[in-house]
Ligand binder design. Structure first.
Ligand code: 13P
Length: 251
């Protein structure tokens, strides 16, 4: 994958399938800029339905919101990377801060997930980001680099062709408080420079998304920063009224 304009929605644990169906239909009809790649993070039970619905669409695709860190076995209620691959899913979100917090997912566990995702031919949307406490202590850059290093730096250079990164400061998720374009750009540049130490100039081609209270009012300014290639959007992706203007915010 080369660097792209990406508007990714993460529905998390929201929407009935009927609500979701209406939303996807409207999104598909209303996307103006055909060079934008729209991704939708769909709950597991709806994945096959929406994969089928978007199958012939160039610019819209679905993502799973997670996969398990073991290949298979006695893990009731879990979903494996190979199951996702077997139903034709191409993208999986790994390392979201909500999963890190709710399920004690460490950098090591996330690394195992990344490996299984790649072993099954999936593309990974890798999330990283710091807490408010870490930012206040001015350790946010070191923290994010550690997340990237411990979960991704064992990979081969070629694997990075199949990674999208998403910087999501935890203090900005669902809080209405967005990182300023300068704060986000600073971190995105740090991440890209850090990737360069591992994969060289290829780092220029990696898409790095910003997530954390992205809305129509701030999307344009965020997306116009040099190292911000789009957004990973939670709350505002649940309604066409807010997600469609975000998709159409790239200049
Ligand atoms: P909000 O856009 O609701 O802040 O959520 C961001 C997010 O966590 C996307 O994965």
């Amino acid at each position: 994958m080369s660097k792209r304009k990406i508007a990714a929605g993460n529905w998390k644990m929201n929407l009935s399938i009927q609500e979701a169906d209406k939303l996807v239909t409207t999104i598909v009809k209303s996307q103006r800029d055909k060079s934008v790649h729209t991704l939708i993070g769909v709950p597991f039970p709806y994945l096959m339905e929406f994969k089928a619905k978007t199958r012939y669409m160039d610019k819209v695709d679905v993502m799973a919101q997670n996969c398990h860190h073991k290949a298979s076995g006695a893990h009731t209620g879990e979903v494996s990377a190979s199951m996702l691959a077997s139903i034709g899913i191409e993208y999986v979100i790994i390392g979201h801060s909500e999963r890190r917090a709710d399920n004690n997912e460490t950098n090591d566990i996330i690394k195992e997930k990344v490996d299984l995702a790649f072993a099954n031919g999936l593309k990974v949307v890798f999330c990283c980001g710091e807490s408010l406490k870490t930012r206040k202590a001015k350790k946010h850059i070191a923290h994010v680099k550690k997340q990237v290093k411990e979960s991704l730096f064992h990979l081969k250079k070629a694997d990075f062709d199949n990674i999208i990164l998403a910087y999501e400061p935890i203090w900005a998720i669902g809080t209405g408080e967005t990182a300023s374009p300068e704060q986000a750009q600073e971190m995105h540049r740090e991440i890209r420079d850090y990737l360069k130490t591992k994969i060289g100039t290829k780092s220029k081609n990696i898409s790095i998304l910003y997530g954390g209270s992205v809305k129509p009012a701030n999307a344009k300014e965020l997306f116009s920063q040099a190292d911000i290639d789009g957004g990973l959007v939670g709350g505002a992706s649940l309604k066409a009224d807010s997600f469609v203007p975000i998709i159409n915010s790239f200049s």
